[in-house]
Design a protein around this ligand. Structure first.
Ligand code: 5GP
Ligand code: MN
Length: 344
């Protein structure tokens, strides 16, 4: 839900702004990119000059998003990114709430002198923004942002194209509308967008409709060769080495959804996916039920996110990370047992 006082603050800062920078997190997903582009569309319709800046490139599965090619990527063009951050009187942080989520772009963001506004749905926001619309119960930043745009009087600016951008974030962050976080408000937002021309089938097709053969093979390989299931701990791990990813011509987005394959194994309540990337091991954590993978990610891997879906990273090698995870199995099992007790 969007608070009226927060909206008023946004309105006040936006009224005086000429140059606006919109930022989102590293390895940007559909919620990050869709909200950035949808907010840019709305703000431009009110006469603002807007630049979208991301730490690195989105998944190719988002190439269809209108305006994606114009996003400034910090890792490809740090000069242009720094200049846009520097020039902005207002900077938006969308779909993240800690500057370390920007990775190597964090220092450039910290150096910006404009006013930070945040729209986010992850737990535990940092206090760098001057004003924020924050709701950890909301299923996506896209749903929250719709409330912000509508509250600012921009409902009409969410045309069929803008709606497709927001719907992509809502659909992917809710596991295609099956997670508990989905509310009647989620569907009310979609109903309004459908009335304004949203083609939901086209968005689903664009994101999930087809995939490169290499990606399919990478998933099959990961499940057959790299999945470890520990029934006694109700936990499963999947990992990929740098060589594994090279073998299947890895591209951004190829490993999306792998962690859910581990979580989908009968009896598994906690799943971890770990992959070696150029400078670190990145992890995805998922759980079903009361066990908080957010707490686990924060405690052991400097991470965060949501109760049932979180992420983290490590500078150790993939071998060391996997050994550490195996060593943590009893702790996970004890945590699962404790949350089961809470239920009875
Ligand atoms: P995913 O596994 O899909 O990349 O991320 C799951 C959730 O955890 C998302 O909501 C994402 O924003 C959050 N998340 C992923 N990686 C990190 C991280 O390194 N730090 C924090 N604080 N959150 C993360
Ligand atoms: Mn999100």
């Amino acid at each position: 839900m969007v608070d009226a006082a927060d909206l008023l603050e946004f309105q006040r800062h936006l009224a005086e702004a000429h140059h606006i920078a919109i930022t989102s997190h590293r390895s940007p997903d559909a919620d990050a990119v869709g909200t950035s582009l949808a907010l840019a569309r709305y703000l431009r319709s009110t006469g603002k000059e807007v630049t979208c800046i991301l730490p690195d490139a989105p998944d190719e599965a988002l190439d269809w998003m209108h305006g994606v090619a114009d996003i400034v990527l910090f890792d490809r063009d740090p000069g242009a990114a720094q200049e846009a951050l520097h020039r902005a009187d207002v900077l938006f942080a969308l779909d993240y709430n800690g500057l370390n989520r920007l990775g190597p772009m964090a220092d450039a963001a910290r150096a910006a002198t404009g006013t930070w506004l945040m729209v986010d749905h992850h737990m535990g926001p940092e206090d760098f923004p001057t004003a924020m619309v924050h709701d950890a119960r909301c299923s996506s930043t896209a749903e929250l942002l719709y409330g912000v745009i509508a509250g600012l009087g921009g409902r009409e600016a969410v045309d069929a194209e803008g709606a497709a951008l927001l719907y992509a974030g809502m659909m992917t962050d809710t596991g295609s509308f099956r997670f508990r976080s989905v509310s009647s408000e989620t569907h009310r937002v979609i109903a309004e967008m459908m009335d304004r021309g949203l083609d939901h089938t086209a968005v689903h097709e664009a994101i999930f409709g087809e995939q490169p053969m290499d990606r399919m093979k990478l998933h099959a390989f990961a499940v057959v060769e790299r999945m470890e299931v520990y029934p006694e701990f109700q936990t499963a791990f999947v990992h990929l080495t740098a060589e594994d990813m090279e073998r299947f011509n890895y591209r951004a987005g190829y490993t999306e959804g792998l962690v859910n394959k581990a979580l989908g194994v009968a009896g598994v309540k906690v799943a971890v996916f770990a992959k070696q990337s150029s400078d670190r091991v990145k992890m995805s954590f998922r759980s079903v039920g009361n066990y908080s993978v957010r707490d686990f990610a924060e405690k052991h891997f400097d991470g965060g996110g949501h109760h049932n879906a979180a992420g983290g990273a490590s500078n150790e090698s993939i071998g060391v990370v996997m050994a550490r995870l195996r060593g943590l199995l009893p702790e996970i099992a004890a945590g699962l047992a404790a949350t089961e007790q809470e239920n009875t």
